[in-house]
Design a binder for this molecule. Structure first.
Ligand code: PBG
Length: 301
C-alpha cells in the first residue's frame, strides 16, 4: 500500500481550503487609473478594451506640466483625497507622458538621456504630487539616484510621512504598448534601453534593489509581472521590505483579448495569474484587473 498519498490533501473543497498556502485579498490589489482633462469624453483606448483615452497634453522637453500645480491630474488627486481621505493614492512619477520626446529623462541634443538633470524634475514632480495629497510616490523612470533624491526633496519639504514605492526592477519590455497608446507617451526617438533594464539580467535587479533600499525606498516593485516572476521571488526573499508586482498593460490586453475571443475563461485565468504573483512572493499587485477581481473576491467571501 502507498503510505504517502498527496492527493488526500486535495480530497474536498474544505480540505483544499485548509491546505492553501497563499491567497489573494481585495486589499492586495492596486488599480492603475488614467486621468483625462475634464471634457466628459470617454474614448476607448486602443488595445485596452474597456479603458478610457486621455488627451494629448501640453508636452515639452522638461515635462513641465507634470509639476504645474494647476495641472488637471494634480487637482484630481486633491479632489479624490477630499472625497475619499482613507484611500491610499499612489502616483507614477516619470516624465514620459508630459515629455515632447516621450522619454523618462531629459533627451539631449546628442540623443543621450541626462541622468542628474532629470533628478531635479523628478524631485519637483514628487513634491507637487505630495502637495496634491498623494500618499505614495512611485518613481518609474529608472534614473540612477532618484529614490535618494526624491526622499531628500520630500523630507526637506516636511513630507517625512510620504512613502516611496520604487519601480526597482523595471525592464525594457514590449508589454507596455497599450499604456503608451493610452498616454500617447511612446518614445519619439530611440528606445528606453539605456535606462530600463535588460531582460536577460537578474543580478542587475539585485543591484537596483540594494541601492533603492539604501536610498530610502519603503517598497520595491518588479515590472512587468508575469515574465519576471523569478525576479519577484528573488527580491522578496532577499529584502525585508514589501515587494509589489506590476501586471502591466500588455499582460492585461493579452488575457482580455484571449477571453474576448473565447480562448480563455477570463475569471479563472485572472485568478490564476493573481495567485502566481502571491506565490512568487509579491505582497501586493498593481493590475488593471483589480476592480473586477476585487468584486469576485468579495462575492466569494
Ligand atoms: C512611465 C510608465 C510606464 C508604465 C508605467 N509607468 C511606461 C513606460 O515606462 O514606457 C507602463 C505600465 C503598463 O504598461 O501598464 N514611465
Amino acid at each position: 500500500m502507498l503510505s504517502r498519498r498527496p492527493r488526500r490533501n486535495r480530497i474536498s473543497t474544505a480540505v483544499r481550503e485548509l491546505c492553501a498556502e497563499t491567497g489573494v485579498r481585495p486589499a492586495d490589489l492596486v488599480m492603475p487609473l488614467f486621468i483625462q482633462d475634464g471634457k466628459g469624453r470617454a474614448d476607448e483606448i486602443k488595445n485596452y478594451a474597456g479603458y478610457i483615452q486621455i488627451d494629448e497634453g501640453l508636452k515639452d522637453k522638461t515635462a513641465s506640466l507634470s509639476y504645474n500645480k494647476d495641472c488637471f491630474y494634480l487637482r484630481s488627486i486633491a479632489d479624490i483625497k477630499r472625497r475619499f481621505p482613507d484611500l491610499a493614492v499612489i502616483t507614477d512619477t516619470a516624465m514620459d507622458p508630459y515629455s515632447s520626446d516621450g522619454h523618462d529623462g531629459i533627451f539631449s541634443e546628442g540623443g543621450r538621456i541626462l541622468n542628474d538633470e532629470t533628478l531635479e524634475i523628478l524631485g519637483r514632480m514628487a513634491l507637487a504630487q505630495a502637495e496634491a495629497g498623494a500618499d505614495i510616490i512611485a518613481p518609474s523612470d529608472m534614473m540612477d539616484g532618484r529614490v535618494g533624491y526624491i526622499r531628500n526633496a520630500l523630507d526637506n519639504a516636511g513630507f517625512q510621512d510620504k512613502l516611496i514605492l520604487s519601480y526597482t526592477a523595471k525592464y525594457a519590455s514590449s508589454f507596455y504598448g497599450p499604456f503608451r497608446d493610452a498616454l500617447q507617451s511612446a518614445p519619439k526617438h530611440g528606445d528606453k534601453k539605456t535606462y530600463q533594464m535588460d531582460m536577460r539580467n537578474v543580478r542587475e535587479a539585485m543591484t537596483e534593489a540594494e541601492l533603492d533600499v539604501q536610498e530610502g525606498a519603503d517598497m520595491l516593485m518588479v515590472k512587468p509581472g508575469l515574465p519576471y516572476l523569478d525576479v519577484i521571488s528573488k527580491l522578496s526573499q532577499s529584502f525585508n521590505i514589501p515587494v509589489a508586482a506590476y501586471n502591466v498593460s500588455g499582460e492585461y490586453a493579452a488575457v482580455k483579448f484571449a477571453a474576448l475571443n473565447g480562448a480563455l475563461d477570463y475569471r479563472a485565468a485572472v485568478t490564476e495569474i493573481l495567485l502566481s504573483f502571491k506565490r512568487a512572493g509579491a505582497d501586493f499587485i498593481l493590475t488593471y484587473h483589480a476592480s473586477e477581481a476585487a468584486q469576485w473576491l468579495t462575492e466569494k467571501a
